[in-house]
Write a protein that binds this ligand. Structure first.
Ligand code: HEM
Length: 225
């Protein structure tokens, strides 16, 4: 194989997996941020029902993520990102009780895109590398841009006492930058071969696509401009 072919097959192999995940999904991230639903959320123009609908979708997504996390907790690959202190389902349950009322469990259903997303996450129970792609895409996002979104949401809906935005509160982690550093180190310590790293990056693109589809389905809540 020529050097050019080798380079083509290994575009970024001098970078660690966590660095590749970040750089190779930059474009997906930019387009997610400019989605009309995300823009309305950030601009504070999304009605509260739209924010509630997002929390409902999160509930189904994180239930799948945290079920698979549990099933892979002792797996040498999947277990690398087993951080129960990250788990969001208990916080989402409290948020939904606040946002939808005590009977929230009887009132919520996933959108078709969310159902497909949760199915894809569950499918990775048999492919721990793929699970890492989904785990990274959601939790590192919540620990990064999510912290900014939290402040906007608090201001927009007046949720100043924590109820309704617990999803964005990670008070068991200590310093978030420090946690993110140790998370990336755990992913990089896996030393996965090139083919598996490429599959994982491809699955992170898939994760972004599911998030975009979900936001597109939620766009009915975006006020007409
Ligand atoms: C709603 C609009 C969004 C805003 C304003 C936003 C903002 C940000 C910001 C400021 C960072 C930190 C970048 C850095 O430290 O270099 C970040 C990182 C990240 N975001 Fe978002 N984001 C948004 C949506 C999303 C979505 C929809 C996803 C995917 C579900 C996502 C996933 C990520 C990930 C995985 C990272 C970590 C990248 C890394 O450092 O490896 N974000 N985001």
């Amino acid at each position: 194989m020529s050097t050019a072919q080798a380079t083509q097959q290994r575009p970024d192999s001098s970078l660690s997996l966590s660095e590749r995940l970040r750089t190779d999904t930059r474009q997906d991230h930019d387009s997610a941020e400019s989605n009309s639903f995300a823009k309305a959320l950030l601009a504070g123009t999304l009605p509260r029902e739209g924010y509630t609908a997002l929390a409902v979708q999160h509930y189904f997504i994180y239930t799948a993520l945290e079920e698979v996390a549990q099933s892979l907790a002792t797996h040498p690959v999947g277990g690398a990102v087993y951080f129960p202190e990250l788990h969001r389902v208990p916080a989402l349950e409290r948020d939904l009780a606040f946002l939808c009322g005590p009977d929230w469990r009887d009132t919520i259903t996933p959108l078709p895109s969310t159902r497909a997303y949760a199915e894809r996450i569950r499918w990775t129970a048999d492919w721990p590398g793929g699970f890492i792609a989904h785990h990274y895409t959601r939790y590192l996002g919540d620990l990064s841009g999510g912290q900014f979104i939290k402040r906007v949401v608090q201001q927009t809906y007046g949720f100043d006492d924590g109820a309704g935005i617990e999803f964005y509160v990670f008070d068991q982690l200590g310093s978030l930058p420090r946690f993110k550093k140790s998370y990336r180190a755990a992913v990089d310590a896996l030393n996965l071969d090139e083919a598996e790293q490429q599959r994982i990056i491809e699955e992170a693109h898939v994760a972004y696509r599911f998030n975009t589809e979900m936001m597109n389905e939620l766009s009915g809540f975006v006020p007409a401009s």
